[in-house]
Design a protein around this ligand. Structure first.
Ligand code: AMP
Length: 548
């Protein structure tokens, strides 16, 4: 028997119309570097998104499910694009502005983007690529930045504000199939070509509802969230859509992502929540240690994208800011887990839960798979590869125009689960602790050493700013850990002292013999430790390694 419920498609269009009417007074504030930031209400954002849709259709001829790319910072115009493009039935394609040129060219070609919306400050990045981007027919420029390089380029150029001016503020939004593509994002692709993940209206809608639940970020219209995580990094963790559902105010840093302006904007605008990768929080901590600022408005912070060292959590606890650990991937929209401890615990009892990656929401099913393909128990001890499935988790990668979707064996199980490539354990009450990426595990004499556990232990030393541990070849053991350490300014700890410190919490056979002090840990385009660069530097003999 079928239900008697209405079959109303879950679409971004509904998120847009809801946010601009019911939460019309909520605001998107964009940092400009001037004393007074730029403020725009949800009602205005909604009207302008509607004008943008009209302009894209009537002036630029965007039709059907054509791809419209963005090469933009986090700002109000980017939110307008997030809402307008999917709502009209086209596909929003966010471009990672930190990718190497050749990867950007490949991605734009593969997605067959017709239009690119670009911030003026990013034209020096875009313009040299344009001769290699034959699919791009229109460039739409917004915000400050020198336009002179655009003279004589092949695609038609439009000014964003001129394009919107005078356009209708109504649109006959199509009634879309909720399973249709709404947005796409390519994984950073450390090996092989980048892979396109295509989000549906339904997946975005359901994911946004989960982000808003109190067991996840749980924000309301009384909150302001500082969205540091870039809009090109997995939909800024869903915030531009989830906020429009519940009227959460957004504070957007635009291109001011350095620790000093971030500290200033927190002190001035007093966000109640923020979202960013650990590197950002490390940088901000150093900044406010050198020049104190009041961060206490920010009662909750979502930290994820890479493992959060417990020492970082402790340091922020002391500043009155509570970091909440989350795990996710481009393929998981990204919310996969969040570490909100169960109810009824003291601070002390909460701690062991807080330092896990968190537990799975109702929409994410998980299982652990051992090396022989066997399913492992949730006993907090059996370590295996995490596999997940659910309505906002990718079941394939985009195969390109006219191509078949891709389901590589190393990424999808035969029964359709996503193989995350992350190794960890799950406790009997469903909390996930990741020990490594499968490719970063150190295999020493047949035993596994967790690089993340070593990094967390080293970063707990008061002299250490950052530490990354990688596997390096070893004649006797196959592989051994190499510890690369960034010391805080003026710190004096030497390798032997660090090793002695580590011995307090780490088994003796796991202690690294190879140590090197470096200036900064190399980072990926989204600010995560780039271990393949360290492995390469070691292989090329570029690191000054001390053997203890
Ligand atoms: P990306 O798709 O670029 O966001 O990368 C996803 C990967 O980042 C995951 O598969 C994990 O390896 C890593 N990651 C994300 N969040 C966490 C976390 N909280 N702890 C450890 N690793 C994480």
């Amino acid at each position: 028997m079928l239900s008697t419920m209405q079959d109303v498609p879950l679409t971004v269009t509904r998120i847009l119309t809801h946010g601009m009417t019911i939460h019309g007074k909520s605001q998107v504030t964009t940092w400009t570097g001037e004393p007074e930031p730029h403020r725009r209400s949800f009602a205005e954002i909604g009207r302008r998104a509607t004008q943008l849709a009209n302009a894209l259709r009537d002036e630029l001829g965007v039709d059907g499910d054509q791809r419209v790319a963005t090469l933009m910072w986090n700002n109000a115009e980017h939110v307008e694009a997030y809402l307008a493009i999917p709502s009209m039935g086209a596909v929003l394609h966010t471009l990672n502005l930190r990718l190497p040129a050749e990867q950007l060219v490949w991605i734009v070609g593969h997605a067959d983007d017709k239009v690119v919306l670009v911030n003026g400050s990013l034209l020096p990045l875009l313009v040299p690529l344009l001769p290699h981007l034959p699919s791009i027919e229109h460039v739409v420029v917004s915000g400050p930045g020198d336009r002179s390089a655009l003279a004589g380029i092949a695609p038609r150029v439009h000014e964003y504000e001129e394009l919107l001016a005078g356009r209708p503020t109504t649109y006959d939004w199509p009634e879309l199939d909720e399973r249709r593509a709404a947005a796409m994002c390519y994984t950073s692709g450390t090996t092989g070509d980048p892979k396109g993940v295509v989000y549906s209206h339904r997946s975005i809608y359901l994911h946004s509802m989960q982000v808003n639940m109190s067991e996840s970020m749980g924000l309301t219209d009384k909150d302001t969230t500082l969205v540091v995580v870039p809009q090109f990094h997995v939909n800024a963790w869903g915030l531009p859509h989830s906020t429009f559902m519940t009227g959460v105010n957004m504070l957007m840093p635009d291109r001011f992502l350095q620790p000093a302006p971030l500290a200033d904007m927190i002190e001035q605008e007093k966000p109640t929540h923020a979202a960013a990768v650990p590197t950002i929080w490390q940088g901000l901590l150093a900044e406010v240690t050198a020049k104190p600022r009041d961060l206490t408005s920010m009662a909750r912070v979502t930290i994820g994208g890479a493992a959060c060292p417990p020492s970082l959590m402790e340091a922020y606890d002391k500043l009155g800011v509570r970091l909440c650990h989350a795990w996710g991937m481009t393929e998981t929209s990204p919310l996969g887990t969040m570490a909100n401890p169960p109810a009824g615990l003291t601070d002390e009892e909460e701690w062991p839960y807080r330092i896990t990656q968190g537990r799975f929401p109702a929409g994410v099913e998980a299982r652990l798979v051992g090396p022989g393909g066997e399913h492992l128990p949730w006993d907090g001890e059996s370590a295996g590869e995490l596999e997940v499935r659910g309505p906002w988790i990718a079941g394939a990668y985009y195969g390109g125009a006219g191509g078949e979707d891709l389901r590589p064996e190393d990424k999808f199980s035969e029964d359709g689960w996503l193989k995350t490539g992350d190794v960890g354990v799950i406790s009997d009450d469903g909390f996930l602790t990741l020990t490594d990426r499968a490719k970063d595990v150190i295999k020493s004499g047949g035993e596994w050493i967790s690089s993340v556990e070593l990094e967390n232990a080293i970063m707990a030393h008061p002299d250490v700013a950052e530490a990354a541990v990688v596997a390096v070849p070893d004649e006797k053991w196959g592989e051994r850990p190499l510890a690369t350490v960034v010391l805080k300014e003026g710190a004096t700890a030497d390798h032997a002292a660090l090793r002695t410190f580590l011995a307090q919490s780490i088994a003796k056979w796991q202690l690294p013999e190879r140590w090197t002090v470096i200036e900064a840990v190399p980072k990926t385009s989204v600010g995560k430790f780039d271990k393949k660069v360290i492995r390469k530097q070691y292989a090329n003999g570029e690191l000054d390694v001390t053997q203890l």
